[in-house]
Design a protein around this ligand. Structure first.
Ligand SMILES: Cc1cc2nc3c(=O)[nH]c(=O)nc-3n(C[C@H](O)[C@H](O)[C@H](O)COP(=O)(O)O)c2cc1C
Length: 137
């Protein structure tokens, strides 16, 4: 049996161990908005559902390689609302593109070709649809 002591590993090495061991993982494709109204859409695989009453979903935007908070977290600190969109196979390539390091304020719905649908109750839009979804599924 392989034994791994996290204290012997660099965080990047342990990251590789964790993502290779715990999988497959669902993707939280998180739509957020800043207090200027700029929309953000980014994927997170450190994600799951933890309860239903109250509804509890957890995802983890980590500190980026420059030591900065990701835009999703910054937006959530400004406007504490998020839409968790669910990713299917037809959306994979555009979802991956949405993970690129765009400048803050850039709207990844526009960059990736997903359709932003206004939400009924909260400010961030949701329900991205792959442009070829109907033909790809
Ligand atoms: C499939 C996939 C899963 C990802 N999961 C995470 C994650 O769980 N946590 C994280 O911090 N970044 C994750 N990323 C990277 C973020 O999507 C990426 O850093 C993104 O630029 C963050 O955007 P933001 O700064 O606009 O919030 C993932 C990327 C991909 C493609």
């Amino acid at each position: 049996m392989k034994t791994v002591n996290p204290t012997d590993l660099q965080p990047t090495e342990f990251y590789r161990f964790m993502i290779g061991t715990i999988g497959p993982r669902p993707i939280a494709f998180a739509s957020t908005i800043d207090n200027q109204g700029n929309v953000n859409l980014s994927p997170f695989s450190f994600f799951n559902v933890f309860g239903y009453n109250p509804p509890t979903l957890v995802f983890a935007p980590s500190i980026n390689r420059y030591g900065h908070k990701k835009h999703t977290l910054l937006n959530l600190e400004e406007v504490g609302e998020v839409v968790i969109n669910v990713v299917n196979y037809a959306m994979v390539e555009q979802m991956s593109l949405a993970s690129a390091e765009f400048e803050r304020g850039i709207n990844e719905f526009d960059k990736t070709g997903f359709t932003a649908i206004p939400s009924a109750i909260i400010r961030p839009p949701g329900s991205p649809n792959h442009r070829q979804r109907s033909s790809a599924l």
